[in-house]
Design a protein around this ligand. Structure first.
Ligand code: ASP
Length: 329
């Protein structure tokens, strides 16, 4: 075994003109979350517990699109979703359509541990949350002023936003260049924007070689009420097996079509690819250009990531002392 490893993400599809202060805040949050995970791993917490712990921290901070700070539906409400998977026995739990659950990832964990099911949604999931005694808050808790402004812009543009920050410059001055802007402007034929951070995720392999993965999100800004993305779908946004753990981020519809997370595990299992090779292969073969990214760990203690968007907020650390936080290529 190669020791423990951890990776986190805060979404792909970053605004190339994201102000430096924002970039700094994002990096600080990712670093804080990595450090939290590292100390938990040093205290021998199992991978699945570390994933839950770190994703909760990301959900509680309004910076990224999960828990507090979630993207808003077309009705201005929040409908959150999350999933978690323990690779050792391929156990999993997922939730969608949450409106009052403070930490969706923990409810996903409870679905896995305390229900006979693997995926619960909307009213039934909320009722399950109440029965399990998890922290509930008013929907207003999740809504930030910034996201209300972004929803307004999205509605004005009649657009479903791939991410949720207010554009700082016009598209014509976007430094990513006209071609990538054009590519980013289409999502299922609908116009979308190219700006900033999104969904959060964490993948962990612990010192015993156990892999786990978790993903949590508010989905896409100005999404239709009832829309479910890739993040709660095991095999699409999240997957963990014996060999690896994977969490994806980006345009959910593209990730679902490509079954990205499971495919990484599948090419490792069936084609014998290494972790980074598997990530690169799946992004190249299964993902539409400019749409998404992913983080992954292997049971040998490796970390890998890849994306075909402008950037991806991410960080990783391994037991041998390596640590890195980045946004761009
Ligand atoms: N994949 C998420 C979704 O489509 C969005 C994201 O990753 O930011 O709901």
């Amino acid at each position: 075994m190669g020791g423990w490893a951890i990776a986190v993400h805060g979404g792909a599809g970053v605004d190339p003109n994201l102000p430096p202060q924002r970039q700094e805040e994002a990096k600080q949050l990712l670093t804080r979350c990595l450090n939290l995970g590292i100390s938990a791993l040093r205290s021998s917490l199992p991978a699945i517990d570390v994933v839950e712990l770190v994703v909760r921290e990301l959900e509680s901070d309004p910076l990224f699109n999960s828990g507090r700070g979630s993207a808003l539906t077309e009705n201005g409400t929040v409908e959150m979703e999350a999933s978690i998977m323990d690779g050792t026995k391929r156990r999993c739990g997922a939730v969608s359509g949450l409106t009052t659950v403070k930490n969706p990832i923990s409810l996903a964990r409870l679905v896995m541990d305390k229900s006979p099911h693997s995926y619960m949604a909307f009213a039934g999931a909320e009722e399950f949350a109440r029965l399990q005694g998890v922290a509930l808050v008013d929907n207003q808790y999740f809504i930030t002023e910034e996201n209300v402004g972004m929803l307004k812009l999205a509605k004005e543009a009649n657009s479903i936003l791939f991410d949720y920050r207010i554009p700082t410059v016009g598209l014509e001055t976007c430094s990513a260049g006209a071609a990538s802007v054009e590519a980013a402007l289409q999502m299922n034929g609908l116009p979308i924007s190219v700006y900033a951070p999104e969904t959060v995720g964490c993948v962990v392999v612990d010192g015993e070689g156990r892999c786990a993965a978790g993903t949590s999100t508010g989905g896409l800004m100005n999404k239709m009420s009832g829309r479910i993305g890739d993040s709660p779908l095991i095999g699409a946004g999240t997957y963990a097996g014996e060999l690896c753990g994977v969490s994806c981020t980006g345009e959910g519809e593209a990730i679902i079509r490509g079954t990205l997370a499971r495919d990484v595990a599948a090419v490792m299992e069936y084609k014998g690819l290494g972790l980074q090779e598997a990530v690169d292969f799946v992004i190249k073969e299964r993902l539409d250009e400019g749409m998404a990214g992913m983080i992954a760990v292997s049971r040998n203690g490796e970390v890998a990531y890849g994306f075909n968007t402008t950037g991806m907020f991410r960080g990783c650390a391994t037991e041998d002392g390596f640590m890195e936080v980045g946004i761009w290529e």
